[in-house]
Ligand binder design. Structure first.
Ligand code: ADP
Ligand code: MG
Length: 359
């Protein structure tokens, strides 16, 4: 995945100047000053949460990134157990004990050592990897492509590769590239999830996952704070926002999408999407299939890791139900703040602020 280019401040300013949906400059200056005093610092989130748009009236409900990043998770998540979520192999091992649907791992490696099922082998060159991949596809006739991802400490869709069955004989250079990458560290080889047809109508380039965040309160009650759907834009096969994807809030009660989707302001500027650029499918009122089951799933997974009290979960919707792609103990709450429409008005978030004595 190539690194995205940040736009220059000059271009962002021109973009803002020409935005017909923005507030007047005078009003914007007043609001920036107000938020600077409220949050004791320059409110960068005035831009990243699109608070300069005319329809944003509750600007005080949104939180600066620094607060969301540094003032919550360190007090709620026990760093000694982070590993269960941050190491994707450990994650799979732990959560597969509890009748939870997960992406299927068909092989994993640590540097030269490869494990596929019960077979362990040492891979010393590109050709040996090619033979292993051939065997994998032969043993899994239903699988036409693999998602290969770094086992630990990777995020944002970085270091994720997609490898198709027919590349084995046609794209020797791709196997060589894969070999050079995976041999450096630990990687998981997963079957590509088959996405529910409904979600393909929005975007079929990637698996479009729901990012839920959950809070486990002092009494052990688990609540979902909010959820939003992420989709790639273009032909990228990962949906992460930091890899160029877009995101749209979900009404937790009905499982329907909200109207507006956002991309990263710093990369893409002021534009808000109301339909997916690839399929032209409108977001507003689009119903996510198996939404109730998806909510049940994350409540269950959050309950299984009570020492991580504030967590973000990535859930795909497969052909016959939700699939837990990963959990994040160190997730970025700014996406939830943005798509919910200001976390200060979120009842579960407020409960958490209260427990931490911020309210
Ligand atoms: N097994 C899979 N099949 C299809 N797509 C996948 C699979 N695993 C991950 N993806 C895509 O890649 C994205 C990032 O994967 P994830 O495991 O969450 O890694 P990261 O830690 O980088 O976010 C997912 O949100 C999804 O769009
Ligand atoms: Mg993820």
């Amino acid at each position: 995945m190539g690194k995205l280019e940040k736009r220059s401040w000059r271009n962002l300013f021109i973009d803002l100047k020409n935005d017909p949906e923005r507030k007047s400059f005078l009003k914007m200056i007043g609001e920036v000053l107000y938020l600077s005093i409220l949050h004791k610092g320059f409110p960068r989130h005035y831009f990243s949460r699109f608070l300069f748009k005319k329809d944003r009236t509750n600007i005080g409900d949104f939180f600066p990134d620094n607060f969301l990043y540094y003032k919550l998770k360190p007090f709620l998540n026990n760093k000694h157990v982070n590993e269960v979520l941050e190491n994707k192999l450990f994650f799979n091992f732990y959560y597969s004990q509890f009748d939870i649907s997960l992406p299927e791992i068909v092989m994993f490696n640590h540097k030269k050592m490869f494990v596929a099922g019960t077979k362990c082998s040492e891979v010393n060159n590109v050709n040996e990897l090619k033979i292993l991949l051939e065997e994998l596809f032969n043993n899994n006739p239903d699988c036409n492509s693999l998602i290969i991802k770094k086992t630990y400490w990777s995020y944002g869709g970085d270091k994720i590769y997609k490898f198709y069955r027919d590349e084995i004989n046609t794209k020797a250079e791709n196997i060589a590239e894969l070999y050079n990458e995976v041999i450096k560290a630990g990687f998981l080889f997963q079957k590509t999830i088959k996405q529910n047809e409904q979600l393909n109508k929005l975007n079929s380039s990637s698996i479009n996952t729901i990012r839920f965040d959950t809070f486990n309160d002092a009494t052990g009650k688990i609540d979902i704070m909010s959820g939003y759907l992420r989709m790639s834009v273009g032909d990228t096969y990962v949906d992460n926002i930091s890899s160029g994807g877009c995101m749209v809030g979900i009404d937790l009660e009905t499982g329907k999408l909200k109207k507006n989707a956002y991309r990263t302001f710093r990369y893409y500027g002021v534009k808000i999407l109301t339909e997916h650029p690839a399929t032209k499918t409108k977001f507003e009122n689009f119903t996510i299939p198996f939404f109730d089951q998806a909510k049940e799933l994350v409540k269950k997974t959050a309950g299984l890791m009570p020492d991580l009290r504030l967590t973000g979960w990535d859930v795909a919707i497969g052909e016959s139900g939700p699939i837990l792609v990963e959990g994040n103990s160190d997730y970025d709450l700014s996406g939830n703040d943005l798509n919910f429409g200001g976390y200060r008005s979120n009842p579960v978030f407020r409960k958490m602020l209260h427990e931490l004595h911020y309210l």
